[in-house]
Design a protein around this ligand. Sequence first.
Ligand code: PLP
Length: 374
Amino acid sequence: MVYNLDSVNISKRSFSKRPKSLWRYRELLPVEDERRVVDLGAGFTTLHECKRLAKALNLKRLYVKDDTVNPTNSFKDRPAAVAVSKALEFGFKAVGCASTGNLAAATAAHAAKAGIPCYVFVPSNTETNKVLQAATYGAKIIAVKGTYDEANRLAAQASDEYDWALVNINIRPYYTEGSKTLAYEVCEQLGWRAPENIVIPMGSGALLCAIWRGLNQFRELDLIDGLETRVVGAQPKGCSPIVSAFKSNSEDVTPVERPETVTKSLAIGDPGDGIYALKVIRESRGFAEYATDEEILEGIKLLAKTEGIFAEPAGGVTIAVLKRLIDSGEVPRDEEVVCCVTGSGFKSSETILETVPKLVEIEPTVEELKKVIG
Ligand SMILES: *Cc1c(COP(=O)(O)O)cnc(C)c1O
């Protein structure tokens, strides 16, 4: 998407009276007709300074961008809000998507608010709560026996058969625009500057590329002074095609046929924006790293116990990858890092339930209480 940034007339001061949602950056978003905007309040999520987690990881300064607090509890409300609004502007009468779960819920909620039908294609092993959420918003769920890549292929064929705006397929350029607002917000929340390092989970790689675009646009608009941010891409080991390409110095991304990971939202074997994500990581002098399922679950617990933030495995991946890069010295301890936590732990309850102690039931007596507390 090409913008003529010269014609955009905004200054830092323009933002003080703007809504606390991603629509505060409306000049930089591709929706022209304000009446078509579908607004559930996505965006402008909290940037937490995480002193206890920083100490646990032995890092000078750490922030978490908490996108679990979006209207449907993942960052996917950003792209869905923009894409569904644009679909209305184009005159589409129905929307949909291919999804590993979160986009299904986000698209369904925005379609509900717009009052139009929604069709979502998900792999049949998608986490229960994500399907439950999308179905409750009224979406038609198409559960495809197979991987995300297979569900995605069927959705692409459906967009030829039916007059639907599939947000991450036939109107994908608008979808990815919504995600760059995460970068705008981080800069604004840091006091109009870019972070030294930013850790981003990668499925298709679209979020990472969008964040880089957002940072560069803020630089071009002189809303931030410099841009030296190192971009770190994080994947689960059982589905890490972009990380493998980075580590082997390859320009091509070899697809993973059968993703095996607890991180269902990142189980995209053939990442659509993989080669672009690689370019961004290299151009920014950043890194790509993976984490094992065990490290990911530890990452979820560490974030929850030190900072009170409950994340799904995609959030655990960023914490676990950051830990690896600090331990290996690739991220120096005296630098500042922003970790993007992109989805809520409630989305993945079946996975997280296995990591917490079993419930011990007691009779309502002090004697019994003393047995469990001591
Ligand atoms: C979709 C998703 C991502 C990654 O998004 P891509 O743009 O496909 O790389 C990260 N975290 C969560 C929770 C997601 O749902």
